[in-house]
Design a binder for this molecule. Structure first.
Ligand code: NDP
Length: 277
């Protein structure tokens, strides 16, 4: 019997998840159906209840429902607990298990696909929202020399620093700074985990954060050269990336969690890549 999966969000038209999962299913010979669900605002629980009654086995969650999905679960992975949000649920009888694969997907893209190590590097994380929170522990596991979390609202960066210190397994140096304190500092890898690019805005950072050999990574995807990537490029950065690989890798994590087989992501990354120029 064909197993049913879906992605829920609002809006949802833009979602590439059905394309990605059906491509994984075809390459791994898995008999699944994967659809998009437009969740009514305030109606997450009823919509997912209905999907489960209809035989749904698992669901991906995108904005604005990641917190609702976390609440809906009966059991939560450490990654979901830390992020306070879920981007994948698995249904097994009455049990609903929550996961959050955004952070591991991001690290896998950087280390495995783009071949930029984070170990012993100076890493700058711009933003302290859901995506930054999800990336926190996977970053620390890579043991950077320094992790600076910078956010427009400093208190949120400071909260992430506290969480990092509580969960730290290695001796990493973690700092929380306002954007203004970044002037004069340089980093090996710079992540833009703010949502500024979705409105074509630039976080108020100094171009000194970039070195010619740095990797500038924009978590938003399919936006081309965002203001953040433009600043990196005009500062001489040669290594630019957007979040398409992160998207594919978090999907591959969910797929292997649900199906027990890990798909290759290179084909979907190639097909979804929008040139950065
Ligand atoms: P959230 O809404 O949870 O957080 C938004 C963050 O952006 C906050 O830190 C906020 O700062 C900051 N911010 C917003 N506007 C500006 C601005 N103009 N200047 C500076 N900072 C700003 O968003 P998410 O964490 O869910 O998403 C962040 C980004 O990551 C988005 O671009 C999203 O598309 C991308 N993403 C990509 C994924 C992928 O698979 N590639 C998966 C998930 C997210 P403040 O706290 O001060 O409000």
């Amino acid at each position: 019997m064909t197993d049913k999966y879906a992605v829920i969000g609002n809006p949802i038209d833009f979602s590439k998840s059905p394309f990605i999962h059906m491509s994984f299913a075809s390459s791994t010979q898995q008999d699944i159906e994967y659809t998009k669900i437009l969740g009514p605002l305030g109606g997450f629980k009823e919509t997912v209840d209905q999907f489960r009654k209809a035989g749904g086995r698992g669901i991906n969650i995108t904005a604005p429902f990641k917190l609702d999905a976390f609440q809906y679960a009966s059991k939560r992975s450490p990654a979901a607990e830390l992020a306070g949000a879920a981007n994948a649920l698995s249904f097994a009888g009455d049990e609903v298990i929550a996961e959050n694969f955004d952070g591991v997907g991001l690290v896998r893209d950087v280390v495995h696909n783009l071949k930029h190590q984070l170990k012993d590097k100076r890493v700058l994380l711009l933003g302290a929202g859901g995506a930054a929170r999800g990336a926190l522990l996977p970053f620390l596991y890579e043991a950077p020399e320094l992790l600076v979390i910078a956010n427009r609202t400093l208190s949120k960066a400071q909260e992430l620093k506290r969480i990092a210190e509580k969960n730290q397994t290695q001796q990493n140096q973690v700092s929380a700074l306002p954007f203004s304190a970044l002037a004069g500092m340089q980093f090996d890898v710079i992540f833009n985990a703010t949502s500024a690019s979705l409105r074509n805005e630039l976080p108020a950072i100094s171009a000194t954060v970039f070195g010619a050999e740095s990797l500038a990574y924009e978590l938003a995807y399919a936006k081309g050269l965002t203001p953040f990537l433009q600043l990196a490029k005009s500062s001489g950065v040669k290594h630019l990336a957007d979040g398409v690989g992160m998207l594919a890798e978090q999907a591959a994590e969910a797929f292997s969690w649900w199906r027990g087989v890990r798909p290759d992501t290179s084909k979907v990354i190639r097909e979804l890549t929008v040139p950065l120029n």
